[in-house]
Design a protein around this ligand. Structure first.
Ligand code: NAD
Length: 364
């Protein structure tokens, strides 16, 4: 806990410094290079390539300055576009040497889920701020180890839940906090896509953190928590798999109930076998919903009073990375701290336990 206090104090001090320099004498005191923080992507798979790379072309507060990859053939393409020097290219064995590299301020962990904890901790121990993709890690112990490493090294730890940065989602969160439609009486959310995975894909194996609950279930779980602003006190759940040949030891689908304080029952669903993309909130005086609620583009909504929430055109991942970079620069709490990822992982593991025990109620 001492570390937490030290970190908060440190961030407060560095935050006031950043505020003074940025707003007071931007060109005099802040080295030009640090106007944008340097990001190193760790793992150059589909999400890094398809979504974060385009995002990093338009971010204003951070830029890509390095990569960590086990695939040397990918290096020229990334280096060619972003123009970082050879010394900013790392592999999984020498990533810790980043400690000596001032170009890089942040590592963004975009690896299979079973590797999130290990590489987040290596990044934090190298003195870098850590952004880590969802789900934060495999279990509570891994999440706590990540939080501890960040506190010990006085760096920020932020989870890549992009929805909490999305404007319509933020409006929906505000409706809940302001009780605009009265008290919330129920929430239903589904995150699912109908897909086939290649043989050997890590998402089809338990040891890699595969399965629909880790991959898609965290969207409705996180949504129920951010929409209500409440932490579930108990869960029930059921995991299932139809295509055993594709998913030998993980869930293809899951349904669950999260019980919120005050007896508010909420329901969630995730799957690799159908399409679902909604967040419906019922209240004593009306309702509101987002549909789709977790897509990369086009998140939109409506309310019982006829308000429409049209899609925001901004690049979602760029907005997320810029918000998270500003939090670091200004020494503020990030929108999605590690504790938020930990809460979801606890719930995921409790749903798994409930399913293993025949759907019993598991208290959190
Ligand atoms: P991917 O399989 O496309 O990429 C994974 C990368 O990790 C690859 O470059 C691969 O070479 C590398 N890797 C290193 N060691 C590996 C190993 N032992 N086994 C397999 N791959 C290894 O996966 P992805 O879709 O890019 O997902 C990566 C992470 O990003 C996951 O945690 C996922 O949940 C997350 N993600 C988040 C979003 C979002 O919207 N926030 C979307 C997609 C993925």
């Amino acid at each position: 806990m001492n570390n937490a206090i030290n970190r908060r104090e440190f961030l407060k001090i560095s935050g006031s410094f950043a505020a003074a320099t940025t707003f007071g004498f931007p060109n005099l005191l802040l080295p030009r290079r640090k106007e944008k923080l340097g990001v190193a992507l760790v793992g150059l798979g589909r999400y890094s390539h398809g979504l974060l790379r385009p995002g990093l072309r338009v971010t204003g507060h951070c830029e890509l300055r390095g990569i960590v990859t086990g695939s040397p053939e990918k290096i020229p393409d990334w280096q060619g576009e972003f123009g970082f020097p050879d010394r900013n290219v790392y592999n999984y064995s020498n990533m810790h040497e980043m400690a000596d590299n001032d170009d890089i301020d942040i590592v963004y962990i975009v690896l299979p889920n079973h590797m999130h904890a290990e590489y987040s901790i290596i990044g934090a121990n190298a003195g870098k701020h850590v952004w880590c993709e969802k789900p934060m890690a495999m279990d509570e112990a891994e999440c706590l180890a990540m939080i501890e490493a960040a506190e010990k090294n006085r760096v920020q730890l932020t989870i890549g839940y992009r929805m909490q940065h999305e404007p319509n989602t933020q409006t929906l969160i505000r409706y809940g906090r302001e009780k605009k439609y009265g008290q919330i009486t129920g929430i239903d959310s589904g995150g699912a896509f109908s897909g086939n995975f290649a043989q050997g894909d890590w998402r089809t194996f338990a040891a890699y953190g595969g399965g629909s609950l880790y991959d898609m279930g965290v969207y409705p779980i996180n949504a129920i928590r951010y929409a209500s602003g409440l932490e579930p006190i108990a869960v029930t759940g059921s995991l299932s798999t139809e295509r055993k040949e594709m998913f030998p030891d993980v869930d293809e689908s899951a349904v669950f109930e999260l019980e919120l304080p005050g007896g508010i029952m909420t329901t969630g669903e995730c799957s690799f076998a159908k399409n679902l993309n909604h967040l419906d909130v019922k209240c004593t005086d009306g309702w509101y919903r987002l549909n789709p609620f977790s897509s990369y583009t086009g998140v939109q909504g409506e309310t019982s009073s006829g308000t429409l929430l049209p899609p925001d055109p901004h690049h979602q991942q760029a907005r997320q990375m810029d918000n998270d970079a500003v939090a670091i620069k200004e020494g503020k709490h990030p929108i999605v701290p590690g504790e938020d990822g930990l809460a979801d992982v606890r719930i995921v593991n409790a749903i798994m336990e409930s399913s293993r025990r025949g759907g019993v109620r598991v208290e959190l």
